[in-house]
Every structure is written in C-alpha cells, then in structure tokens.
Ligand binder design. Structure first.
Ligand code: OGA
Ligand code: MN
Length: 286
C-alpha cells in the first residue's frame, strides 16, 4: 500500500499541515524518514484529525529522536535543585478533586524553548489537542532562523560568540522573575547563536521567559542586548499563530523556534497531551 501524503503550508513564516497518514497505525521507515525531513525543513508540522492513544503519540515521537516515554516525576537532586525525568504529561487547566491533572494550566505564556534550562534541551515537542477552548489558547511559533538572518551584520558579529545562562522558573511570569530566579533552580549555558545540527544554518537561541543573562557581558549591557534580541525574535513577520482544533497533532523543532501561548477563558477546559523528543544521547534526568 502506498500512502498519498499531502502537505500544505500553515503560513508564509513556517509550518506545514500533513495529511494522508494515519498515525494510530505503524508507519514504515521510509515514511518516518520523510516526516523527519519535513520536520527539519518546515520547523512545525501539524497532522490534523488524528485519533491517537498515548502509545501512538510516543511511537510518533520516536520517529524524530528519542521519544520521552514513562511518567514524569519531579525530584530534587542532592543539592536540592529541581530536576525531573523526561516523560509524558498533560498540558491542562482541568482539576479533578481540586487537583490539577497536568501542567502549564492557565493563561498566557511568554516565548520560550522547551528544556533550554537543561544542558541537553528537548530536540522537539509533540502536542496533541484533546480539549480546546472556544477561543484563545493559540500557540505562537517564532522562526529563529529568520530572526537571526534579518539582523544587521554588525549585530551578528557582536553576538557571534556570546554565551547565555538559561533558567526555567515555574513562577516566572515576567522578565523580572526570570532575572531574579531562585538559585536552587537548574541552569544551563548555551551559545546565543547556534548552528542547527541538521540544516547547519545559524539560528538565535534565546527567549524572554528563560534566558537569564549573558555571561560574558556586564549585567546592564547584557540586558539591553537581550531585550533588543527578544523583540527581534517576536516580530510578527517571524511568527506563526496556531489555532488549535481537537485532533491536531503538532511537532516543533525546539532548536530553531520559540513558542508562546495566548490567553484563554479560565472557565473553559483546555487539555493537550505532550511527549517531548530528546537527543538520543541525552541523560534521562536533568
Ligand atoms: C508546552 C507549551 C503551549 C500551549 O507544552 O511546552 O509551551 O499552547 N505549551 O499550551
Ligand atoms: Mn513550552
């Protein structure tokens, strides 16, 4: 049997919708490789109208790297720093007996890249729409290749070898919280400009929610540069807005995109299932 896979752009900025493949069934290796190529080329893939169990979604995640199966467990390491195992979770505001069934429950979220506070961030994230509010709760994606390319050559030179410190503070809702993040939280150092391992193209790697500072620059100078670059990354011409439908399965490349979320009515239920994709050699914890 041959599949007739159809692709259609989601926007001029990036992303394609992929139709003609039923991900609740096993997919042959050449199709898996083709999907990986589409992912590298288009940064965001949307597979509409899928009906997927958690096992189906994990099988899909494994086409793109090491799908993070198992249950997510939050722990503290010997220095009382927060760590966690990589695994499945729900992104949801639903409460059962007063307890949240998932994470990232309510409202707006600033731009970020998943796992950037870890030495080996998630290569990709998969998110499957189960309950979607009547409006809002859109996920915004920023193309960081384009944000980099559009910089003046002087700025490109200035930032070429800079290193940032990245933190994820669960309570951070604005920049002030990120800058003053709790010292027990894990941090990672990353190059501000990275070369994407698959495309070899240069991309910015920073975000308003997670990049704390630039290690090589005095605080004030670094913060000024960061604010300028955050604005650059968030310019509307580099952003695609995804309006969710139930049954959408999305995968995005965390190595060259940031994402954010718009506000949505708190009285409406929102629920998505999330599996991350790690680099094959990433440690399971941290
Ligand atoms: C995530 C995330 C955004 C959303 O799952 O990492 O940022 O739209 N989700 O819920
Ligand atoms: Mn995220």
């Amino acid at each position: 049997m041959t599949l007739t896979i159809e692709i259609e752009p989601l926007s001029d900025v990036m992303g394609v919708a992929v139709r003609g493949v039923d991900l609740s069934k096993p997919v042959d290796v050449s199709t898996q490789e083709m999907l990986f190529e589409l992912f590298v080329k288009h940064l965001v893939l949307c597979f509409p109208e899928q009906r997927l169990s958690a096992a189906d979604q994990l099988r899909f995640a494994n086409f793109f790297g090491r799908g993070d199966g198992g249950d997510r467990v939050k722990r503290r390491d010997k220095n009382k720093r927060r760590t966690g195992e990589r695994g499945m979770m729900y992104v949801s505001n639903i409460r059962e007996n007063g307890k949240l069934i998932g994470v990232l429950p309510d409202g707006e979220m600033m731009f970020h890249s998943d796992g950037a506070h870890r030495p080996s961030p998630y290569r990709a994230t998969t998110l499957y729409g189960i309950k979607i509010p009547s409006h809002g709760g859109d996920t915004l994606f920023a193309n960081l290749y384009k944000a980099y390319e559009a910089l003046p050559s002087q700025t490109k030179k200035r930032i070429e070898n800079l290193i940032t410190r990245v933190v994820y503070d669960y309570e951070a809702v604005d920049r002030a919280h990120t800058i003053a993040a709790n010292p027990v939280l894990p941090r990672a150092h990353h190059s501000l400009v990275k070369s994407h391992p698959d495309t070899k193209k240069k991309t910015l790697y920073l975000s308003r929610l997670m990049t704390q500072d630039i290690v090589d620059l005095p605080a004030e100078e670094g913060e000024e540069l960061l604010l300028e670059l955050f604005d650059q990354c968030e310019k509307p011409e580099f952003v695609y807005t995804h309006k969710w439908k139930v049954g959408d399965l999305l995968i995005w490349d965390n190595r060259c995109t940031n994402h954010a979320r718009t506000d949505f009515p708190p009285e409406e239920e929102r629920m998505l299932r999330r599996f991350t994709v790690s680099e094959p050699d990433a440690p399971v914890e941290s």
